[in-house]
Structures are given as C-alpha cells and as structure tokens.
Design a protein around this ligand. Structure first.
Ligand SMILES: [Zn+2]
Length: 182
C-alpha cells in the first residue's frame, strides 16, 4: 500500500530518472543530451539529500494520503509537468525554502531574491515581484486563483509549465528547453 512516506521516498529517488526516461521516449527531442547520465556529483547530492530527508522528518509532518481524484490532475500533464505538480503537492518542490530546510548545499538561504519572503510555490506564483511580468499567464479570465491553479487539471497544467519556465527549478532546465522551445 502506498503511503505519503513511500510515495515521497520514491519521488526523491526517481525524479531525475523519470525526467530522463520521459526525455528518452520523446523521439522528437534531440536524443544526445537526454541520454547522458547525470553528473555523479549531482547523484551524490541527491543521495545525501534523501538521507537528510528521512533523518529530519518529524512525526506529524506527513499529510493525508492523496485523494484518488487528485490523480486526475495529472491527466493533462506531460511527464515533467506531472513531476512538478507531484513535488509541489508533497511539498518537496525545489524552491529555496524547501532546499534550505533540507540543507541542500546550493541553497544558502530560504529568502527569495526579491526579498519579499521565503521562496516557495505560493510566493513565486502569487506574490513574487520578480514574476510580475509573467504572472498574467497564470490568470483564469480576470482572476488569479491559487486554489484553482493547484486543484484543477487546467490550473495544474498552466502552473507546472509556468514553474518550469521560471528557471527556478534547476532539474527541469533541460525539460524546459525541450518542452517549450523558444
Ligand atoms: Zn520573490
């Protein structure tokens, strides 16, 4: 039986492989960059991160098991976009606040570059001044609705693409180039 803990563990181990597999399956994409193994230093950091994750996990940090209906949110998403949404919903998305909490070496501080607060999904999507010019892409009609963005298939599709294109999620930089060529 899947629990949030096992799901999270699986994602921690698999997110790089998931994206790489997805890239390899996409015959339209240039194969060479996707086929290359990740740098070993990155694998080491990932392994350390996973170790810390389990060490630091506190009782009560677990959230309820995802409702079955939430799986429908992924219906409209490509693999990388789906990975972003899963990471967001399990609160394991690679914005600075999370990386800092997990003591990832590349994240010396949790504060967003705008200085307006910790860099997390909601801050970036709704509040960050550095994203003001792109934020119109998240509107549904005349509304900016974070609940809609995170709880509907259409919203998730829009938000995951927008996060990937923000350039803030380093592991998705290659996916961004291939999914959304300029
Ligand atoms: Zn900001």
């Amino acid at each position: 039986m899947s629990t949030p803990a096992t799901l999270r563990k699986a994602w921690t181990r698999k997110w790089e492989k998931e994206v790489a597999d997805w890239l390899n399956k996409d015959k339209r994409a240039p194969a060479a960059p996707a086929a290359q193994p990740l740098p070993s230093s990155k694998r080491i950091v990932t392994a350390q991160w996973e170790k810390r994750w389990h060490k630091n996990k506190k009782p009560g940090e677990e959230r309820g098991e995802p409702a079955k209906g939430q799986l429908a949110l992924h219906s409209l998403l490509q693999k990388a976009e789906s990975a972003v949404i899963t990471q967001m919903r399990t609160r394991c998305i690679g914005f600075l606040q999370f990386l800092r909490n997990r003591r990832v070496p590349s994240a010396p501080a949790a504060l967003c570059r705008c200085g307006g607060g910790p860099e997390n999904a909601k801050h970036v999507a709704i509040h960050c001044a550095l994203e003001d010019e792109r934020r119109n892409l998240l509107y549904a009609g005349s509304h900016l609705d974070y609940h809609w963005l995170t709880n509907t298939p259409e919203g998730c599709k829009k938000l995951s693409k927008w996060f990937i294109q923000s350039g803030r999620l380093g592991q998705f930089s290659l996916a961004s180039q291939l999914l959304y060529p300029a």
